[in-house]
Design a protein around this ligand. Structure first.
Ligand code: F6R
Length: 635
């Protein structure tokens, strides 16, 4: 048994990206189908929905189209469906499966089974028994695909579900309703019930593959893989299955001991970054400032190796303390006229042309508002590029308020513009009659985009940025009118390359949500990375003087041991940033796609910036009111 095995009770396979992980699972499915085909047998697959399997399904479609994988002999059983829900509703899993997979492969629709959200309530028990019988009749599930909820659910078996549970009607956990609310217009539309295969149904599958992508899944993966078997974390029950593999991307795996504290699970190389990580983690766990750590603390924390290799606690403490100290600066664009070799940024050139890429119209102020203001106030030529319109995050009620204003304004000014009245009338009528499953018309989307554009412009004005330094990119990948975005496209890259060539910045800031597997931020980042790659390939010389800094989007912060530049904020600057965020009125109070965190954006930003400052203080550095954090990306 290796050291890793002693922590991990479920075999895991870790990949650099969800694409690679999905291809790995796709390959396993393809071999299984081909093997069974060769024996003249049917393959029975258990399938999941949600965001995790989407890339797997596109891989299966690719295998079908390009590698002639046939699904003619495949029978499928899906895990679950919301209840009640119309089969063709936008959010229904019946529709999801058709759109993502079944309509694109040669499977016989009669072989596809999904619990039905339209079953009559009084008949559900009977249908659930029949569902189990159908699985048995098909010979049982050969391979069950699973995702995992942030609370550890598998299928919709929420915490507390019994290991003996069968297919049944289940109530959805509030945390699941919040996590899935992004699929719906608002929380109240998320069904309270679902029909789900039970844990025992899942455990009967001969083989199980669970996939998880992204930072958000990292804590629950750690619990399920390394924790005790408990019904409170349903996925941990899979420890009792004899043929299960978790397929993860590296961020979903990041809380596993072998990554979080690799010195505990085997031999490692003590690079400066690893030393910093080990010492910072130890100090925070022991609640001691870095400079107070003793040799005894190192030994008790499994770091005797480090002492043997690098000497005394005193020396190592100092090395880490200096690294942290040198990451703090009030000069995000570098301190002009000074020679500070350990400063995170170059002092020359001054002023710098800085380009902030903001995926949505408010990420600049939410995630780096303090730094944004400092850069401007310190005399740099700051440009902001709003990568997407952000139009889907504006509620219909909010648009109606603007429409009322526009109609009132026309009346007030006696304008008799037939055309614009026509647009206004149409928009108002459309919104009045809109059904939850309707996708906004291009006109409504433009109006919503315009509202967000106005808010972004007002924030820039508040910071002091001139209009010509604001760039609305409206990247086309975003413009689908639904949560589901297109993948990065050629036009997105061309627009970005053009802007970069025009501005030739010396400093770029980007939302570095490396762990946001499906969201807009990751595509926005990929577009910038791809653009920089092309520019480099083309030999654009100015790139040599351009540094790229990553900030985290609204949802998370960098791990304290990774931060390479921390910009302190005074209480007044915190307030100034708060008011800057307030300008985004369409995003205040209940926004449609809030995610699982019910705090407003300004609250999240303040909590997170105060938390970073507190962590620095706990480690024995100066206590500031708040801090924004960045990591440099070497491209
Ligand atoms: C869906 C299902 C759920 C999801 C889980 C994760 O059929 O059974 O257990 O797998 O909620 O959802 P995503 O993949 O959207 O994070």
């Amino acid at each position: 048994m290796s050291m890793v095995d002693s922590f991990e009770k479920i075999p895991v396979k870790i990949f650099g990206s969800l694409g690679e992980g999905s291809r790995f699972i796709g390959k396993e499915i393809a071999s299984l189908i081909r093997e069974k085909d060769a024996k003249g047998e049917k393959t029975v697959l258990g399938l999941a929905t949600g965001s995790s399997p989407k890339s797997l399904y596109s891989e299966l479609v690719r295998l079908h189209r390009e590698e002639k994988l046939s699904f003619k002999n495949v029978i499928t059983f899906n895990l679950d469906e919301y209840y009640p829900i119309e089969n063709d509703a936008l959010q229904s899993y019946n529709r999801f499966m058709k759109e993502q997979l079944f309509s694109k492969i040669d499977i016989d629709p009669a072989n596809c089974h999904i619990p039905n959200g339209q079953w009559k309530k009084e008949d559900i028990k009977k249908h659930c028994v029949e569902y189990e019988e159908m699985i048995d009749k098909a010979g049982g599930i050969d391979l069950q695909i699973l995702g995992i909820g942030n609370n550890g659910h598998i299928g919709f078996n929420e915490p507390g579900s019994s290991i003996y549970s069968h297919t049944r009607l289940v109530p959805l956990d509030n945390s699941t309703r919040i996590a899935n609310s992004h699929e719906f217009q608002n929380m109240s539309q998320v069904p309270r019930l679902a029909i789900s295969m039970g844990i025992s149904t899942i455990m009967k599958a001969r083989r199980i593959v669970l996939m998880a992508w992204g930072q958000i899944k990292a804590p629950v993966i750690q619990k399920a893989v390394e924790g005790n078997v408990t019904e409170q974390i349903p996925a941990s029950l899979l420890q009792q299955h004899n043929d299960v593999t978790f397929v993860l991307d590296d961020v979903a795996a990041s809380e596993l001991t072998r990554f979080k504290s690799p010195w505990l699970s085997g031999e490692i190389e003590w690079t400066p970054a690893m030393i910093r990580k080990a010492v910072v983690n130890m100090a925070l766990r022991l609640q001691k400032p870095i400079l107070s750590l003793t040799n005894g603390d190192y030994n008790d924390s499994g770091l005797s190796d480090l002492l043997v290799e690098k000497g005394d606690a005193y020396e190592i403490n100092l090395q880490v303390f200096y690294m942290l100290r040198d990451s703090i600066t009030g000069w995000p664009g570098g301190k002009p006229g000074s020679n500070l070799p350990t400063h995170p940024e170059r002092s020359e050139p001054f002023p710098k042309r800085c380009l902030i890429f903001s995926p949505h119209p408010d990420d600049d102020i939410i995630s780096m508002g303090g730094t944004f203001m400092r850069l401007h106030d310190q005399g740099h030529d700051v440009h902001v590029a709003y990568q997407t319109s952000g139009n889907i995050a504006v509620t219909d009620e909010f648009v109606t308020r603007y429409l009322d204003f526009a109609v009132g304004f026309e009346v007030l000014s006696g304008i008799d513009s037939q055309k614009s009245s026509q647009i206004l009338k149409q928009a108002t009528t459309y919104l009045k009659n809109k059904k939850p499953s309707d996708i906004d018309t291009p006109e409504i989307r433009s109006i919503k985009g315009l509202i967000r554009r106005g808010e972004a412009k007002a924030t820039c004005r508040y910071v002091g940025i001139r209009d010509e330094n604001i760039h609305y990119m409206n990247l086309p990948f975003y413009e689908t009118g639904t949560i589901e975005k297109k993948p990065m496209g050629e036009e997105d890259v061309v627009l970005t390359v053009e802007l970069l060539r025009k501005l030739k910045p010396q400093q770029i800031f980007c939302a570095g949500d490396l762990a946001d597997p499906h969201g807009t931020h990751k595509v926005c980042l990929d577009v910038v990375f791809e653009s920089l790659r092309r520019l480099k390939e083309a030999g654009d010389d100015w790139l040599k003087n351009c540094w790229l800094w990553l900030y985290k989007g609204a949802w998370q912060e960098w791990d304290i041991s990774e931060i390479e530049m921390a910009i302190p904020m005074s209480p007044d600057q915190v307030l100034k940033k708060r008011f800057g965020i307030f300008i985004h009125q369409s995003q205040k109070d209940m926004v449609p796609f809030q995610g699982s965190d019910s705090r407003e954006f300004w609250q999240r930003a303040e909590d997170r910036n105060a938390n970073t400052a507190n962590l620095y203080a706990q480690l024995g550095l100066t206590k500031y009111a708040a801090m924004e954090a960045f990591v440099r990306w070497h491209y």
